[in-house]
Write a protein that binds this ligand. Structure first.
Ligand code: SF4
Ligand code: ZN
Ligand code: ZN
Length: 314
């Protein structure tokens, strides 16, 4: 809960400055400085607990320009500097008009202001056009599915090209709980294993890291505002304007955490420690895509399959 006004009782637990944030489940009131410290320490603890950066010499940090990825970049930049881990920023231009233009512009602005080397990859360079009117009909997938497959492919490809052993993405605690609950509701338990804070590397597959696993989206919003970092808050024009099941689950997750502080944090912790390890999901076997040479469950990977369909090949 954000404390507004000049309530004399709302003082930082550590230094008596005015508190701007309360961590209810820990009964902590934090001033600006101690809030920034708190978020960084939480991210650090997650990195150490899951040995995220073990054997990582170079880390690829995927940034969309939203509050989560900008917060992650700002914190990882400090942590990696302390550890001597090289970093490379990546932003993917989905080429969805003004929305993605702002995302790329903001990401590049943050990379430059922090002095972080970066790459910008464009969907059109990979043969993807999300604005094609017949996209859904041809690929038999909604735009978000094509977008997600393309982004994951491009991230992994860039990581391999740049000798990055791991990729960090900015999924926060609310995202993780939402995906997990939605997958439980639909019985897609095999997808839960992909929701760990660290998904180990494989042949031609970089390790995937979610350093914001225990960070609430409210905290990233307050972080960017407190540190005064630029970020894009717009909603993607291709996201469904009707309320989807995912939206409903997200609203429920939000309400749970607000009404019962710490409940979602405890849920994602149990996801890692108990729920996912207890699942008997057969290990996925990856071969090599015969077109691009990247990991694939079938002869041709999902990304190459989409590109073939868009080119009119079957
Ligand atoms: Fe891509 Fe869908 Fe997200 Fe838009 S809402 S950026 S199309 S995944
Ligand atoms: Zn303080
Ligand atoms: Zn392929």
């Amino acid at each position: 809960m954000i404390v507004r006004g000049r309530d004399v009782r709302a003082r930082c637990t550590f230094c008596n400055e005015e508190a701007i944030y309360i961590v209810k489940h820990r009964k902590l009131r934090l001033c600006r400085e101690h809030f920034i410290d708190y978020v960084k320490t939480e991210v650090e603890n997650t990195i150490y607990r899951f040995e995220m950066l073990k054997n990582v010499k170079k880390l690829l940090i995927a940034v969309s320009g939203g509050k989560d990825s900008v917060t992650m970049l700002h914190i990882l930049h400090q942590i990696c500097r302390e550890l001597g881990t090289e970093i490379l920023g990546l932003t993917i231009d989905t080429e969805i008009g003004e929305f993605s233009r702002k995302q790329v512009e903001t990401s590049v602005q943050v990379f430059k202001s922090l002095g972080i080397p970066y790459r910008v990859e464009r969907f059109s360079d990979y043969g993807i056009d999300l604005l094609r009117p017949d996209l859904e009909k041809i690929t038999r997938r909604p735009p978000c599915s094509v977008c997600g497959i393309a982004k994951r492919y491009i991230m992994n490809r860039v990581a391999l090209e740049e000798n990055c052993q791991a990729i960090a993405t900015g999924h926060n605690m609310i995202d993780i709980a939402q995906y997990a609950i939605a997958n439980i509701l639909t019985g897609s338990l095999e997808y839960l294993t992909k929701l760990l804070p660290k998904v180990e590397e494989g042949p031609r597959m970089a390790r995937r890291l979610r350093p914001l696993y225990f960070i609430d989206e409210k905290e990233t919003k307050l972080y960017v505002e407190t540190v005064k970092l630029p970020y894009v808050a717009d909603r993607c024009p291709l996201s469904d304007s009707r309320e989807t099941m995912q939206d409903t689950v997200r609203a429920l997750v939000r309400e749970l955490e607000d009404r019962h502080p710490g409940s979602i944090r405890s849920f994602v912790d149990k996801l890692v420690r108990r729920i996912i390890p207890s699942l008997k999901v057969p290990e996925e076997r990856y071969g090599t895509c015969k077109i691009c040479g990247m990991p694939s469950k079938g002869e041709v990977c999902s990304f190459c399959r989409i590109r073939m369909l868009l080119r009119g090949e079957t």
